[in-house]
Design a protein around this ligand. Structure first.
Ligand code: PHE
Length: 335
C-alpha cells in the first residue's frame, strides 16, 4: 500500500516537472486529484484493504493529497507570474528602473549650512515677512525720509507705504520689539531689489544676524564672523573689515574674505584685488534702541547681513548668479 502511494507521489512530481503551461499543470492535477483521479480512486479503494491497514492508508493518502495539492498550486502560481511578464514583453533579467529623487536647491543647502553654523554658536533662528512697511524697511532702521541712503537699494514699491523688503534688517526691529535683551538671533529669508546682471537678481537671499546684550563690543562681532568664515570656508580664509556706511549701524564695516580662488594673488573672480565681499555689518545704531524701547545706555550689540548667493557662488565656483533661478535641471542636478 505504502509503495503504491510513494509511486503515485513520485510519478505526479515527475509529470509536474515536465509541465510547460498552466493548462498542463491543471491536467495533471485533475489526473491525480480529480473525481476520477489516481489518488481519489486509491482513497475509494481503501475499504477493500484489510481492516487493520485502513486507518494508516487513509491517513497517508490524505497527507499526500495535501502535499500534491500544494505542489500543483505553487507550480501554477510560478507559471502565472512568468506568463504575465512574458505577455507584457518584460525581460525580468533586466536591472530595475531607477527612481529619481528630488534634491535640495544649492541656495537651500548653503542657507542651511549658514544657519547651522550660527545655531551651533548659540543663535536662535526665526523668519520674517517679505512684504514690509516703509517703517520697518527704512524708517525704524534710521533711514529718514528723503535720505539718500534709500537710493542705495532699488526698491520695489507695492504702494507708497508698502515695499518688498530690500534686506532682512527690518526683522531686527521686529525681533527687538517683541523681545527684551539678551537677543541672539539669525533671520534668513528672501529679499528684493530692482536689479539684474551677472551678480544681481531681483530676488536673492540674506541671512541677518543680531546680537544685543550688555558689554558687546566690535571685538565680539569680529570673533563671531571669523568663526563663521573659518567654518564656512576653512581656517586659512582670512577676513578684512573695511569701513562702510549703513544708517542702522555705527560704526559699519563690510567684510571681505581672502579670495578663495587665488588666495589673494589676484584673479578674475576677485577683480584682481585678492579680496571678495561677503557681508555688511556693524554695531547697532543707538537710534534703533530708541525706536524699540531698549535702554541705549545699557545695551550694545552688533548686526550683520550675509548674501547667501554670494557664498554659494564662491563655494561652488559659479560665475553667474542667474543660474540659481533658471531651473535648469542640468545645473541643479549637480548638487
Ligand atoms: N542690510 C544690509 C544690506 O542689505 C546689510 C547689513 C545688515 C549691514 C546688518 C549691517 C548690519 O546691505
Amino acid at each position: 500500500m505504502e509503495n503504491n502511494l510513494d509511486q503515485i507521489h513520485q510519478q505526479a512530481l515527475n509529470e509536474l516537472e515536465g509541465a510547460e503551461s498552466i493548462r498542463e499543470i491543471e491536467d495533471i492535477s485533475i489526473r491525480y486529484l480529480g473525481r476520477k483521479g489516481v489518488l481519489t480512486r486509491f482513497l475509494r479503494n481503501i475499504s477493500h484493504l484489510p481492516a487493520d491497514q485502513r486507518p494508516m492508508a487513509g491517513k497517508k493518502a490524505n497527507e499526500l493529497k495535501k502535499i500534491l495539492d500544494q505542489a500543483f498550486r505553487q507550480a501554477s502560481e510560478k507559471h502565472q507570474t512568468q506568463d504575465a511578464a512574458g505577455e507584457q514583453g518584460i525581460d525580468v533579467s533586466l536591472p530595475g528602473r531607477c527612481v529619481t529623487c528630488g534634491a535640495m536647491h544649492p541656495i537651500s543647502l548653503i542657507n542651511e549650512q549658514i544657519c547651522g553654523i550660527f545655531s551651533g554658536l548659540g543663535f536662535d533662528i526665526a523668519e520674517g515677512r517679505e512684504v514690509e512697511s516703509d517703517y520697518y524697511n527704512f524708517e525704524a532702521l534710521n533711514f529718514p525720509k528723503d535720505h539718500p541712503a534709500r537710493d542705495m537699494q532699488d526698491t520695489f514699491f507695492i504702494s507708497d507705504d508698502t515695499v518688498l523688503r530690500t534686506h532682512t534688517s527690518p526683522q531686527q526691529i521686529r525681533t527687538m520689539e517683541k523681545q527684551a535683551p539678551p537677543v541672539r538671533i539669525i533671520l534668513p529669508g528672501k529679499v528684493y531689489r530692482c536689479d539684474s546682471d551677472l551678480t544681481h537678481t531681483p530676488m536673492f537671499h540674506q541671512v541677518e544676524g543680531l546680537l544685543v546684550d550688555e558689554n558687546i563690543s566690535f571685538g565680539d562681532l569680529k570673533g563671531i564672523l571669523t568663526t563663521f568664515v573659518h567654518q564656512m570656508f576653512d581656517e586659512q580664509t582670512s577676513l578684512r573689515f573695511r569701513p562702510s556706511f549703513f544708517p542702522f549701524t555705527e560704526p559699519s564695516a563690510e567684510v571681505d574674505i581672502l579670495c578663495i580662488m587665488c588666495r589673494g594673488r589676484g584673479c578674475r573672480v576677485c577683480s584682481h584685488t585678492g579680496w571678495l565681499e561677503i557681508l555688511g555689518s556693524g554695531m547697532v545704531h543707538p537710534a534703533l534702541y530708541e525706536n524699540v524701547g531698549y535702554d541705549a545706555e545699557r545695551y550694545t550689540g552688533f548686526a550683520f547681513g550675509i548674501g547667501v548667493e554670494r557664498i554659494a557662488m564662491l563655494k561652488y565656483g559659479i560665475d553667474d548668479i542667474r543660474r540659481f533661478f533658471e531651473n535648469d535641471m542640468r545645473f541643479l542636478a549637480q548638487f
